[in-house]
Each structure stands twice: as C-alpha cells, then as structure tokens.
Design a protein around this ligand. Sequence first.
Ligand code: SAJ
Length: 400
Amino acid sequence: MSKKICVMGLGYIGLPSAALLANRGHRIHGVDIVQEVVNTINDGKIHIVEPDLDTFVRAAVESGKLKASLKPDKADIFIIAVPTPFKDNHVPNIDYVINATKSIVPYLEAGNILILESTVPVGTTDRISEVLVEESIDVNSLYIAHCPERVLPGRIMMELTENDRIVGGITPESTKKVAEFYRSFVSGTVLETDAKTAEMSKLVENSSRDVQIAFANELSIICDSVGINVWKVIELANRHPRVNILQPGTGVGGHCIAVDPWFVVDSAKGEAKLIKEARLRNTYKTEWVIEKIKNTALLFEKENKRLPDIACLGLAFKPNIDDLRESPALYVAQSLKKGNFNILAVEPNIKGHKDFNVCTLEYALEKADILVYLVSHTEFFGVDEKGKVVLDFCGVKKDA
Ligand code: SAJ
C-alpha cells in the first residue's frame, strides 16, 4: 500500500532510498538542509554520482512522487539518513541525527514509524527515543527502529533491494512493524534483532573490513622490505580453502570504513585494541606510500640533477568511481604537491580538481619521469609505460 514517507537527508543513502521508494509508488517528501540540493532534486537532477540514480530520480520527480524541501512534513514513515562524522579526537558526533529527530517532532503522530538508517554509535536509537520523550512525545505510540544502510557506493541502486537487512527496534513491536516495511521492497532477507545489536552489527561489518585491509596493507610493507611481490603472495595464500586475504592499497578511504571503527573504539572502554591498531596501520600505509614516492624522487634527482615529474595515477578513494571523499590517493598527491614535487594528476573519472591541472593518462605517460599507480582504475591496466620508473601501490602490475 502506498505510504507517505519523509526522508531526512538527501545524500548518498537518503536520495537513492527516496528515489527507489518513490518508484515503488510511495509519496516521498525528501528533506535536506542545503537549498541547492533541494533545488537540484526538484529539477529532477542529482548532486552526487551513482550509477542509475539519475534515472530513478528523474522518474520519481516527473511522476510527482518525489518532492524535496528544507522542512519536514507529516508522514506515515520517517527515515533518518544523515551523516555521522567524528570530532577531532575521533569521538562520534551524532548532532545531525539529534537535530533531524528534533526537527520532525512537530509532525509526528501516533502510529508513525521512525527509522534510523545512519551508521551510529551503540545506544543512539535509544537516545533518539529519549530525545522524543524530552520533547513530550509519547514514544509508546510510535514504532522506532535502527535499520543500518549497507550499500556499496557504485552498486547502491542494486544493493538497496538485494542486500539482507538488519532491523533492531526499541521494542519487539517496533522491530516487527519496521521489518514488515523493509520486506515490502527488499528481496534479501530482513533479519530481526534489538536496536543495540543492529547498531553494533553495522559497526563491526566495516571494522571487520578495516582490520582485514590492515592485514593486507601490513603484509605489503613486510613484503616490500624483503623484496617479495605481495600480490603473488596473496594470490598463492588465497588458494588455501579457508584463507581470503584482501588487497593492499594506498590506504582506506571513503566515509565509512575509516570512520566506523572509531565508533567501536569509543564504545569499547579501552578494549578495542586490535580494531584501533588496524585503523592506525591503514592510516600509516598512506604515509608509507608518500615516503616511498619521495625517496624514489630524491634518488632520481641525485642521478639526473633535476626533480622528476611524478604522475599520480588515480585520485578517487577506490577503483572506477569519481568519489574523492577521504581519498588516500588524493591525500598522497596533495602532500607531494605541498612538498614542492612536480605532480601530473590523472583521474579519468573527474573533469577537474581545484588543487591540480588534471591531465590525460596519455599526456602523463609521455611527460612523467616516475609513474605512481595509486588507484587500480580499469584504464591503467596494460598501458605502455615507455620505460619509466614505476611504483605500484594498488596492484595494477600484479603479475609483473
Ligand atoms: N580497500 C582496500 N583493499 C580492499 C578493499 C578495499 O584497500 O581489498 C579500500 C578501498 O580502496 C577504499 C576503502 O577500502 O579506499 C573502502 O572501500 P570499500 O569498497 O571496502 O567500501 P566502501 O567504503 O565503499 O563501502 C563500505 C561497505 N562495507 C563493507 O563492505 C563491509 C558498504 O557495504 C557499506 O554500506 C559502506 O561502507 C557504508 O556506508 O558503511
């Protein structure tokens, strides 16, 4: 049955969810605090890049099922999908979640569903409930649950419906009601639990990936120090039926995996030692990459009596996307530039960048003295390196 749904936050999760639900026949009132975002969406356009999202948003707006606004409205279901960053000391900042909650207070009615999709520290869903009580809302008349988003940037439209979902309510009745809603559009399994368990499950999914990537990154540093090809070692070790080592790289970027482990560290009262160390190792890997490039450049300078032109191949936070959020590759290129090295920045997925004259791959291959692979974009495999000095941090030359 068609519902009126108010989606708070029209970013990487809120907008795809809003567009998907509108295309399933629901009436969506999307809310964002940025006027430009609201205008763009109401024009049927998008402000983020994600495969197929433009088609979904255009169809949703043209059909009149999706409208964006700066203010919430009455609805049957409220979905909060706002960012949860951390503060300077890695302590989680849930201000956006709390503000979004307070802003819907005037519109809440008995029987409404309130879903928190943002990734949050353990206890935040209960905190929402407390905030509502403080605002004189009868929370017993609402269904409140956490249903963490789990979609992979680049595959969002697909994974929104195909992934299994976890629903954890503040009461068993809330869990049941919210799970029922997700079952109406998710083809994956909808798993029921309580709010705190749902919150922790989401955090450990990303922490688990961070720890595994840290293992691969540490391995890459060890292999480098003893002169072994890490990609070959991983390929061979992964032939064991119960071993599945991930890929080393320039570091861990994006808005999720490098953030969520800190939420666990914050909740764990000193016990999250491995998770914390993994996070620090992944950050260190990026600094190690910078040092390696600098040393190679200085050696070149010694031999050639001039500083080399360094091609930084890839700026995005992972392969084949245009997303530069918390990108280690971008950080490497920026740090080298700050250190007065000559940088040729190549990123086939973007048009330009404020810090660099982004050039074509062909130009960089011709002009550079040192080629540095930072992101394994498809375009970089098998290129003619013209005998240049090459540093590969992301496995473009795995088999070399
Ligand atoms: N990375 C490696 N080696 C690998 C895999 C990834 O260095 O073997 C790096 C990537 O290059 C990138 C970073 O890790 O810099 C993160 O990329 P990712 O593809 O692992 O994940 P995200 O950040 O795009 O999305 C993650 C996903 N979580 C998991 O796979 C457990 C996604 O499902 C979540 O919804 C998303 O975080 C989120 O929003 O929390």
